[in-house]
Design a protein around this ligand. Structure first.
Ligand code: F0G
Length: 463
């Protein structure tokens, strides 16, 4: 049975507001309004919190350390442990699967591969449903319960869906997931089926699903759980806090993440920026976002913009040219119209990071290299290591700098990809016929006779 919670600090959610991030608008709305974009101008919303101060702030980091050893459910969760930084009342009906608390690994083979002295991998694939989405979903589904929603929905390339399905099941809430038919990993789809979601396979791509979800979000009984929802971002931002604890509050020079719908980069940036406002860190890590070449609308804009761009918000462009038919085998990030592109771009510019692309070959080999470190991840996550290698080569990252790559999904999220890579059958068809992806680090299973000497011979040949 759970022990009594450790001392709570008073922080009514009423002190937080939802605010439009566009400087020309900046409208604010009550925290319990069920909105996902600014009703005045259509801009993205973020939650503005009254951050802890005074005596509460002074003891907070110590309190969190104590909570890490507590048996209270809210303290075990690697999100709710940091509840002073979340826009919820202490009485919130939190829905948890004990998310967070994910490992930060040293990865020496990956470091060598990238040309770095050290590289650390923050493995968000070690969350309950196998992806980073859980740290945000715990907050979004809790807010759905607070608002009395009948059902929660999302568009997904698979991971958001699995996460929503699981958390909604925990909350006893109906969930519906909209996924592009035939374009997501069967392993991810299987999760959503198992968690009891209404699974809708849409004839279209992820961007079509996302558009549909935004239309459905007008229905007052439905709650949208995509990262357009600012509560998702609040949960996900706690990863930055957990990371700083794991780094003993020494700010890394670089944090590198994959980019799809751009919620993750937005959330991490919010976490770092709030810690800076609290005076816990004195500099922001350079936040870089890596996209797959065939699904890279933001990298394209960044390349046009970066040379002349200042980090000031007012300089943010108004439009992003979407990619009509995104293509990549990293299906998690097969997205041409990312909803959180403004927040993400703002974060990268403010921190002086980069947004670049990597090829299918680069993703595949980087993924195998992460596997060789005994860690493993799904293809989208490997864009980070592939991107870091490129950023070292282009001198945006110096070999001795401290670098963290955020791995977003578990290796078993897409077993077909892994198997095809190692067996030499991986290929992509971007409309001009299949193009083979040769693996530099293939590891093909070997057939052996059922006797000792046959096995020993193979072991010898590989030593
Ligand atoms: N990595 C993985 C494994 C993902 O599943 C996603 C997004 C990303 C990276 C990109 O993160 O969207 O925050 O920029 N997956 C979403 C989904 C779109 O539906 O599961 P982002």
């Amino acid at each position: 049975m759970a022990e009594r919670a450790l001392p709570l600090t008073e922080k009514p959610a009423g002190k937080a507001v939802q605010r439009c991030i566009l400087p020309a608008c900046g409208s604010s709305y009550a925290i319990h309004e069920r909105i996902y974009v600014c009703p005045a101008c259509g801009g993205p919303l973020e939650i503005e919190l009254q951050l802890p101060s005074g005596g509460e702030l002074a003891g907070l980091r110590k309190l969190w350390e104590v909570r890490a050893g507590s048996r209270d459910a809210r303290d075990i969760s690697g999100v709710w442990r940091y509840r002073e930084m979340l826009p919820f009342d202490d009485s919130a009906p939190f829905v948890t699967l004990f998310e967070g608390n994910t490992p930060l690994y040293d990865a020496q083979r990956c470091a060598d591969y990238c040309g770095l002295v050290n590289l650390r991998l923050k493995h968000q694939g070690c969350n309950p449903t196998g992806s980073f989405k859980d740290t945000g979903m715990t907050a979004a589904v809790t807010q759905a319960v607070v608002l009395g929603a009948r059902a929660a929905i999302c568009a997904s390339t698979g991971n958001t869906a699995a996460s929503l399905a699981a958390y909604a099941a925990r909350a006893g809430l109906q969930s519906a997931i909209l996924v592009p038919h035939g374009q997501i990993s069967p392993a991810k789809l299987a999760q959503s089926m198992d968690y009891g979601a209404t699974v809708l396979e849409i004839d279209g791509n992820f961007d079509d699903c996302m558009r549909l979800v935004q239309e459905l979000g007008d229905d007052p009984s439905i709650y949208v759980a995509n990262s357009i929802n600012p509560f998702r971002i609040e949960g996900q931002k706690t990863v930055a806090i957990e990371l700083m604890r794991q780094c003993n509050w020494q700010v890394p020079n670089h944090v590198v993440v994959p980019g799809g719908n751009m919620g993750n980069s937005s959330a991490l940036a919010k976490g770092f920026e709030e810690m800076m406002r609290l005076g816990w860190i004195t500099a922001l890590p350079k936040l870089s976002v890596i996209q797959a070449e065939g699904a890279a609308p933001l990298a394209r804009l960044f390349a046009e913009l970066a040379p002349k761009q200042s980090p000031a918000d007012t300089a943010l462009p108004n439009e992003l040219k979407f990619v009509d038919k995104p293509q990549t085998l990293a299906t998690a990030i097969k997205i041409g119209a990312p909803v959180s592109w403004r927040k993400s771009l703002r974060a990268v510019l403010r921190s002086r990071g980069q947004i670049i692309t990597v090829s299918e070959q680069e993703i595949a080999d980087a993924k195998a290299m992460i596997g060789r470190d005994g860690i493993g991840c799904e293809p989208a996550s490997a864009t980070t290591v592939a991107g870091i290698k490129k950023l070292v080569a282009s001198k945006h990252i110096k070999p001795e700098e401290t670098v963290i790559a955020v791995l977003t999904g578990h290796v078993l999220k897409d077993p077909d990809y892994v198997s095809n890579y190692h067996r030499g059958t991986l290929s992509i068809d971007a409309g001009h016929g299949p193009q083979a992806i040769s693996g530099a680090f293939r590891n093909v299973p070997q057939r052996a006779a059922a006797n000792k000497s046959a096995v020993l011979k193979i072991l010898e040949s590989r030593s």
